[in-house]
Ligand binder design. Structure first.
Ligand code: HEM
Length: 408
């Protein structure tokens, strides 16, 4: 049995997941936090679990106490007023809140956003293109989604660098509500409360104003629900996108023939490979390694194992998306893959709300990097790269690259 949650595992968890899929597909484990949970690694079981109404998202169903107190890994979530967000609630509240935010988060809004994402992408690349080297995480993947989400929410441009700092603190120090993280959450919470108040007085054309306006059969969003919604959009849409760009570029840089093929297609103006390619990058090494926590509300059987009421269940998306029962040649990166119903965005009622925005950002970022830095390559030895150790997300700490400097 391979060891889980070690440094080697963080670097390359896929051999351990292959072992689990084969020998213990629904596996009881003790997490580094000491909490016991079931890991679900086969595609068919994962899909079933993600859609199973007997698996609740409400931490109050956890038989232990850690989660009832809100220790589910999202910084600041323990703050009661930020906890009532989509990933912690079940129908009917989930249905009501999701419907409200979907109204404010339509595909049209996202499509209208394309020029702004392109402009942000180019501006960030302008910042390092003449240098001939960059850290693609710090200089590019990290700021892009923060500015994009701030724009979407309606955070004025002059305040967006504060958000960048607060989010940076949370992503660097993760989970616990200690010191700088706690201060950052507090500042963000206070800022959001103030912003919501301001948008009530002077509504704009943004998502927070949309949330305030939105009503569902006469039911309005409470102020706490609106703040929790803004907070979850920020968190669900931030580190995930950082890692889509980071893991995606890393995979491309390590598969030169795939990357050249994509570059050729883009030069010829063909964007089909970009679309299938970004989906494949999500399947191959996606940003969300494990789906967020679920808790059995009653005894149930999953993949032949008996799960007790109150047990936490973690669906390992990264393992399911490499299941040979579902994907041909699952360990091969194939940007042309068509039969690719990966679980990188989840499945069922909690399916990623921001998937259209994530696709837009991922495709714009990768296409623009390859166009503007055509000979971009890894700087240094891949063995020296470090992965963040968190449970839910999978992403690199840094991604140093070199390229021929752009001359104007
Ligand atoms: C590449 C980037 C992204 C990936 C891989 C991703 C992945 C996911 C996954 C796997 C889930 C389901 C979690 C579960 O069931 O436990 C989810 C939910 C969610 N995502 Fe994303 N996400 C991305 C980007 C975004 C963006 C940009 C936003 C919004 C700005 C966003 C907002 C959300 C929200 C609000 C939920 C909760 C939906 C619900 O519970 O109904 N995500 N995402």
């Amino acid at each position: 049995m391979p060891e889980l949650f070690t440094w080697e595992f963080a670097t390359d968890p896929y051999p351990a997941y292959a072992w689990l899929r084969e020998h213990s597909p629904v596996h009881r484990t003790v997490l580094p936090s000491g909490v016991e949970a079931w890991l679900v690694t086969r595609y068919a079981d994962a899909r079933q679990a993600l859609a199973d109404q007997r698996l609740s998202k409400n931490p109050a169903h956890h038989a232990g106490t850690a989660h009832a107190k809100g220790r589910t890994g999202i910084p600041g979530e323990r703050k009661a007023e930020l906890m009532t967000h989509l990933l912690n609630i079940d129908p009917p509240d989930h249905t009501r809140l999701r419907r409200l935010v979907s109204k404010a988060f339509t595909p049209r809004t996202v499509a209208e956003f394309a020029p702004r994402v392109q402009e942000l992408t180019d501006r960030l690349i302008d910042g390092f293109a003449a240098q001939g080297s960059a850290d693609l995480i710090h200089d590019f993947a990290f700021p892009l989604p923060i500015y994009a989400i701030c724009d979407l929410l309606g955070v004025p441009r002059e305040d967006q660098d504060d958000f960048r700092d607060w989010a940076g603190m949370m992503i660097r120090h993760g989970g616990g509500p200690r010191g700088g993280v706690a201060r950052s959450v507090k500042k963000m919470r206070a800022y959001l409360a103030e912003l919501i108040h301001r948008k009530r007085e002077e509504p704009g054309d943004d998502l927070i104003s949309g949330l305030i306006r939105a009503s569902d059969h006469g039911e309005h969003l409470t102020e706490n629900e609106a703040a929790a919604m803004a907070f979850i959009l920020l968190f669900a849409g931030f580190e995930t996108t950082v890692n889509l760009i980071g893991n995606g570029m890393y995979a491309l840089l390590r598969h030169p023939e795939q990357r050249e093929r994509l570059q050729r297609a883009l030069t010829e103006g063909d964007t089909r490979l970009l679309a299938t390619g970004v989906e494949e990058l999500l399947r191959y090494d996606g940003p969300v390694e494990l789906a967020t926590w679920r808790y059995a509300t009653e005894p149930l059987n999953l993949g032949g194992r008996d799960i007790a009421a109150g047990d936490p269940v973690l669906v390992v998306l990264a393992a399911a998306d490499r299941d040979p029962e579902r994907f041909g040649d699952p360990d091969t990166l194939d940007l042309t893959r068509r039969d690719n119903q990966h679980l990188g965005y989840g499945h069922g009622i909690h399916y990623c709300l921001g998937a259209p925005l994530a696709r837009l950002e991922g495709q714009t970022a990768i296409a623009t990097l390859l166009r503007r830095l055509p000979d971009v390559r890894l700087a240094g030895d891949p063995a020296d790269l470090r992965w963040r150790g968190g449970l839910i997300m999978r992403g690199l700490r840094t991604l140093p690259v070199e390229f021929t400097a752009e001359t104007k």
